[in-house]
Design a protein around this ligand. Structure first.
Ligand code: PA5
Length: 528
């Protein structure tokens, strides 16, 4: 296509949302009108599915749940007046709580103000708050947030060491929808011990965000924690940023949560339009389908040209891959669906993997996120008439052009600036796109059987560890790995047992390995 035809294609396919000042450019995805027409019936179904979902249909059949994250930013859409009221009241409670914490009306026993937050959660209970904190927290927030989003002891130590002198003014927000996920549970127990170590009454520092009646909720209630906020059954982890999961940490950091909700609502209104060309989420879903032939054959590379949006790709990685990465479709056929997502930021990545994108294996399509405003206030000139922001903008344009010229497709999303409204809108845009794409390929985007399977597999290893230690405690003489496995009734698990014992030995847990470490079958194992 020559430059004139491309310019025409750009204008023909350009989507612009006036209220948000958001542009979506899919002109560098090389689909044609015939392709769009073939997808029309699938889109008619996707629009109808989405309308049903928003009315409160059981859109997550496996878990027999409604899917209601859209109601969070427009409570009037909730299927019952009780739900509407609950959403409105929770938001008011969150704002009131944040204000009291910030003004010191709620303060820790030994200080006038809370200064810091430790947020403990994982997956959908961490990635949204992390992305939003990075994108929107002011440079000097009223409370500075720190995340424990893993069960890595060294990672936990790093946060606790960093906050050692501030623990007496640090609020702990524990986020877990199920209230039983091991990683946040472990984080909470370790943090609790750190508070006890400084003679601080943890309950007076702790806030729970969880499903009513979960284990975490029961603990928080019985110990009299500072506050509890509900995580609704009808909101999934990865779409929970606009629930208490995202709003409590955001509000505490001084982020305008009403503006974030408003931006999301405006985008929801725009993505409700049942017309592909006038609906930005439909245009994105169409582009994704085109790129990977509806089978995820191409990876999605997300490149925001703005440091504060660094975590957007990580956030989208979960939203897309946990939602779309499914073995079976809704009819029980084996389909192995999904789209791989990765990325960091431009132009930084142009000095890393963009080399491969431009010239190497063409197994991807790119999404470039452009922010029109370089910074607040004027920029100094780097060269005559040229600023750093001009360079950033030039690098984005150059990458888009070079990719296209080498038959590599790209999408460009442009926002006027990074603020609470545009971030809310971006989240809503991608949530809806994932919903549409799931309908196009006929899968349930709202369950995560693979995540559950991972939790069970880890639990099985920990059970085995308990049995192995029991065997060693009962024995006086060193045993081979096979002997331990047989005595533990786990003859098939020698390799797992070896790895358990190697880990315990490396952590001074009383396990002694004798023999050649490079030849595991030569090892004899005993307890010290
Ligand atoms: O998106 C999801 O559903 C998951 O990533 C969950 O958020 C994650 O497993 C954490 O679960 P929970 O909030 O129950 O601790």
């Amino acid at each position: 296509m020559d430059a004139k035809a491309l310019w025409q294609r750009y204008q023909d396919w350009l989507y612009f949302h006036e209220g948000l000042g958001l542009y979506l450019d899919v002109s560098r995805m090389r689909f044609d009108d015939a392709f769009v027409e073939t997808l029309q019936p699938k889109f008619d179904k996707a629009f109808a599915d989405m309308a049903e979902l928003e009315k409160g249909a059981i859109a997550n059949p496996d878990e027999n749940r409604m899917v209601g994250h859209y109601w969070l930013r427009n409570p009037d859409l909730a299927p019952t007046p009780e739900l509407t009221q609950e959403i409105v009241q929770t938001l008011e409670q969150i704002e009131a709580f944040a204000e009291k914490v910030q003004t010191g009306a709620i303060h820790p026993p030994r200080a006038n103000r809370f200064t810091d937050i430790i947020s403990i959660g994982i997956g959908g209970s961490a990635l949204g708050p992390e992305f939003v904190a990075e994108a929107l927290a002011p440079d000097f927030p009223p409370l500075k947030i720190h995340f424990i989003d893993n069960t890595d002891p060294a990672g936990i130590d790093r946060i606790l060491n960093h906050l050692r002198n501030n623990l007496a003014s640090t609020l702990v927000v524990v986020i877990s929808k199920s209230g039983g996920t091991p990683e946040p549970r472990n984080g909470m127990i370790e943090v609790k011990k750190a508070y006890a170590g400084q003679n601080l009454d943890f309950a007076q520092y702790a806030v729970a965000i969880t499903s009513t009646g979960s284990n975490l909720d029961k603990v928080a209630q019985s110990e009299g924690w500072l506050a509890r906020f509900p995580m609704y059954d009808w909101v999934g982890g990865r779409t929970s940023e606009m629930s208490a999961v995202g709003l409590v940490p955001a509000a505490l950091q001084g982020i305008d949560v009403r503006a974030m909700l408003e931006g999301a609502k405006e985008m929801d209104d725009a993505t409700r339009i049942a017309n592909i060309k006038n609906n930005p989420a439909a245009l994105l879903a169409l582009s994704w389908y085109y790129a990977g032939k509806g089978k995820g054959e191409k990876d999605m590379v997300v490149l925001p040209y703005k440091d504060s949006l660094l975590l957007f790709s990580r956030y989208l990685q979960q939203l897309v891959m946990e939602s779309l990465g499914k073995e079976q479709d809704l009819d029980g056929n084996t389909v192995y669906q999904g789209i791989a997502v990765y990325g960091n930021k431009g132009s930084t990545d142009q000095h890393a993997y963009v080399q491969q994108l431009r010239e190497g294996v063409p197994n991807f399509f790119a999404t470039l996120i452009e922010v029109l405003e370089d910074r607040q206030g004027p920029s100094p000139e780097i060269d005559p008439g040229v600023t750093s922001g001009d360079y950033l903008s030039g690098f984005l344009q150059g990458t888009r052009k070079a990719l296209y010229e080498n038959q590599r497709d790209s999408i460009t999303v442009t926002i006027p600036q990074v603020n609470a409204r545009t971030v809310g809108a971006l989240i809503a845009l991608y949530e809806r796109t994932v919903g549409f794409y799931a309908s196009l390929v006929n899968i349930n985007a709202y369950h995560q059987p693979g995540v559950e399977a991972g939790k069970k597999a880890a639990a099985a290893i920990l059970d085995l560890q308990t049995k192995v230690i029991g065997v060693l405690q009962a024995e006086k003489t060193p045993l081979s790995l096979e002997e331990i496995a047989n005595k533990a009734g786990a003859a098939e698990e020698v390799e797992s047992i070896y790895k358990i014992l190697r880990h315990l030995s490396a952590n001074q847990r009383g396990v002694i390995l004798q023999g050649n470490l490079g030849q595991p079958s030569s090892l004899k194992v005993s307890l010290s």
